[in-house]
Design a protein around this ligand. Structure first.
Ligand code: HEC
Length: 161
């Protein structure tokens, strides 16, 4: 394909993307800045933060867990601020599980951490179901491989190796 043809293809797909945003069933708040992230971007970030939070807690790396929990909380707040179609009650119900995870992280309590993470995850799914997105089912990771390019054990441990 010539360079010119590529440019045409790019231009067509760029306009397709723009109209896909315009047709999204969850338009950003008119008060949001032009560069408001798409809701799926915020959610994809939340998914990664949820995953890292889990592995950090499992590795008892509570500093990292606290950090990921802050990022995840910010992502959920962003979703609520930018996307007014999301019922406020769906967001406020996340408060209790988020606080419960925060307590577990602060106490370094891994049993409470796992239980709170399950509660939090139910909150993710409850909102998805109530918004016609029940097919986006989140779970806590069961075994498997964490993001393989990040070390989850506390830095003290990794230095000892
Ligand atoms: C208050 C409501 C709400 C909560 C809470 C919520 N989500 Fe979502 N999420 C949505 C909506 C609405 C969509 C669909 C967005 C769309 O289709 O444009 C979505 C989509 C997603 C997607 C699909 C993105 C993609 O491109 O694949 C993922 C993944 C996701 N959410 C993860 C999570 C995780 C993880 C949590 C919990 C930590 C969570 N969500 C909590 C409302 C919520």
């Amino acid at each position: 394909m010539t360079l010119k043809n590529w440019c045409v293809v790019l231009a067509i797909s760029a306009s397709a993307v723009t109209s896909a945003i315009a047709q999204s069933s969850f338009p950003p708040s008119p008060n949001a800045k032009q560069d408001a992230p798409r809701l799926v971007e915020v959610m994809s970030m939340a998914q990664l933060q949820h995953l890292k939070l889990w592995y950090a807690g499992k590795a008892k790396n509570w500093d990292l867990a606290a950090y990921e929990l802050r990022q995840l909380t910010n992502s959920l707040a962003e979703a609520a601020i930018f996307y007014p179609a999301i019922p406020v009650s769906n967001v406020t119900t996340m408060k209790e599980p988020l606080l419960s995870v925060a307590d577990a992280v602060a106490a370094g309590d891994d049993r409470k951490f796992a239980a709170s993470m399950r509660m939090l995850t139910e909150g993710c799914n409850a909102c998805h179901s109530s918004m016609g997105r029940g097919f986006i089912a989140i779970g806590v990771p069961t075994g498997g491989q964490p993001p393989a390019n990040q070390i989850f054990s506390p830095s003290g441990d990794s230095r000892k190796k």
